[in-house]
Design a protein around this ligand. Structure first.
Ligand code: ARG
Length: 470
């Protein structure tokens, strides 16, 4: 076919991309400012997939010949190989991923390459690329979340009977099973995957066919392209198809929530591994030392997760702000959607990947956790419930127990360390069986209902959760 192997004077010839309409090429400054190829080249695979499907449809409906289709396929496959092997020559002068690939295609296959852009615009092309990219990313992220959820289940399973102080207001509240506490994160992540799956439905629609904004006068078959690319449906309005990026915003909102959940867990890990808490040890591969204080072991990974959450939240705001004042339909503003979206996907994937590993590096100091639960009168509610069950109205029971706590605190003792006669001073209803409810294990065991912290319930929850994951 006389195909040149390398692009030589392509840049020069491209100075006239916008053809006769323009009297001079854009300045170098403008070229650099407007080019997106530096970051959108990562969409190349999706751009090629979209072009292959588009070409196949053009040929099927008779807009291009079967011969052209063969040439286009051959050229695009070669371009794919060049990109994979790193020999593709990306050119800033060609602005973006689309024009780089198209120009190379024309070099490779001539006129057939020039026909590929029939009934298509870069506006519907980029919207399609973004949706294909995001669909793949969502699938990868859902898998990563599931891996992390499995690590949570493994850790929770080991600690269904491990007692820790449950906190409210960061003060000791009631004893809970550590496994139960971990399962709270499992639930958050479950909702996160549900949200992503739902978001995926709205991502998985085909913009191609919208062309610049109004559709096209060619007899295209959008359903055929949608089917070829695995889209569930076509976008129903051409103006909306090229202009909105709500699918990306929605994804970023899902991502911000996931990062927020991981940030909360990070905050807890940081507290728990602080020697003042001493609840857990994190394997050294996740920590770093200090250049000045020899004793330090810093929880860098959880700290960075917390920090990167700010970045991902920022990307959500960036995309919302990007969209808010754009008149319909496509505006170049939309080119600014890529870096925040790509960075959101990268940051989130990286965080999930490291988290799944880090959970295996957590070692619990059960005794320290248990003694912490003993401080702070964590079974006071159990005492009040005990009195209520014996007939005292809850408000009176609450008052009686708060008196008991005050007196115990004065003596520097736990409620369970008071004698029966001491306890009876606060209510005549107290009998010997009170000690059963004042212990940590008695307390957690008694919360025996769906969603409660009783170890038997936690075991059930873990079992169910495992089933739901497979
Ligand atoms: N690089 C552009 C973007 O990311 C591609 C679409 C360009 N369309 C246009 N009419 N200039 O949005």
């Amino acid at each position: 076919m006389g195909i040149p192997k390398k692009k030589n004077s392509l840049a020069k010839s491209h100075k006239r991309t916008w053809s006769g309409r323009f009297e001079e090429p854009v300045s170098q400054l403008v070229q650099r400012y407007t080019a997106s190829v530096g970051f959108d080249q990562r969409l190349a695979e999706y751009d090629i997939q979209g072009s292959l499907a588009h070409a196949q449809m053009l040929s099927a409906v008779g807009i291009i010949s079967a011969k052209d289709l063969v040439a286009i396929r051959k050229g695009l496959n070669q371009i794919r190989d060049e990109i994979h092997s790193g020999t593709f020559d990306w050119m800033l002068e060609l602005e973006d991923v689309h024009l780089n690939i198209e120009k190379r295609l024309i070099m490779l296959v001539g006129d057939a390459g020039k026909r590929l852009h029939t009934a298509r615009s870069r506006n519907d092309q980029i919207a399609t690329d973004m949706r294909l990219y995001l669909r793949t990313s969502i699938d990868e992220i859902i898998n990563l979340i599931k891996t992390m959820q499995r690590a949570i289940l493994d850790l929770a399973e080991k600690h269904t009977d491990t007692v820790m102080p449950g906190l409210t207001h960061l003060q000791v509240a009631q004893p809970v099973s550590f496994g139960h506490h971990l399962m709270a994160y499992f639930e958050m992540l479950k909702r996160d995957t549900d949200r992503l799956s739902d978001c995926r439905k709205r991502v998985n629609k085909l913009p191609l066919g919208a062309a610049a904004l109004a559709g096209t006068s060619y007899p295209i078959d959008r359903e055929m392209v949608a089917q070829e690319l695995g889209f569930e449906d076509v976008c129903k309005n051409s103006i909306d198809a090229v202009s909105d990026r709500d699918f990306a915003i929605e994804f970023c909102a899902c991502a911000a929530l996931i990062m927020t959940h991981l940030s909360r867990l990070s905050e807890e890990l940081i507290l728990w591994m602080n020697p003042l808490f001493g609840f857990i040890k994190l394997d050294d591969r996740f920590c770093t030392g200090s250049s000045i204080m020899p004793q330090k072991k810093n929880p860098d990974v959880p700290e960075l997760v917390r920090g990167k959450t700010g970045r991902v939240n920022g990307h959500l705001i960036a995309l919302l702000t990007l969209m808010k004042a754009q008149p319909l339909a496509y505006n170049k503003d939309n080119q600014e959607d890529k870096e925040p979206l790509f960075d959101t996907v990268d940051t989130l994937s990286g965080t999930l990947r490291i988290y799944a590993d880090m959970l295996n590096g957590i070692h619990v100091n059960k005794e320290t956790m248990r003694s912490a639960a003993r401080c702070g009168y964590s079974t006071a509610t159990d005492f009040a419930d005990y009195l209520t069950k014996k007939g005292l109205p809850f408000r009176d029971a609450h008052e009686a127990v708060s008196q008991a706590v005050r007196s115990a605190a004065k003596k520097g003792r736990d409620l369970s360390a008071l004698t029966l006669s001491e306890l009876r001073k606060f209510s005549r209803l107290v009998e010997k069986d009170v000690f059963g409810v004042l212990t940590l294990d008695g307390s957690i065991k008694s919360r025996n209902h769906i969603g409660g912290t009783a170890p038997s319930q936690v075991r059930k929850a873990i079992k169910l959760a495992r089933k739901g994951l497979s």
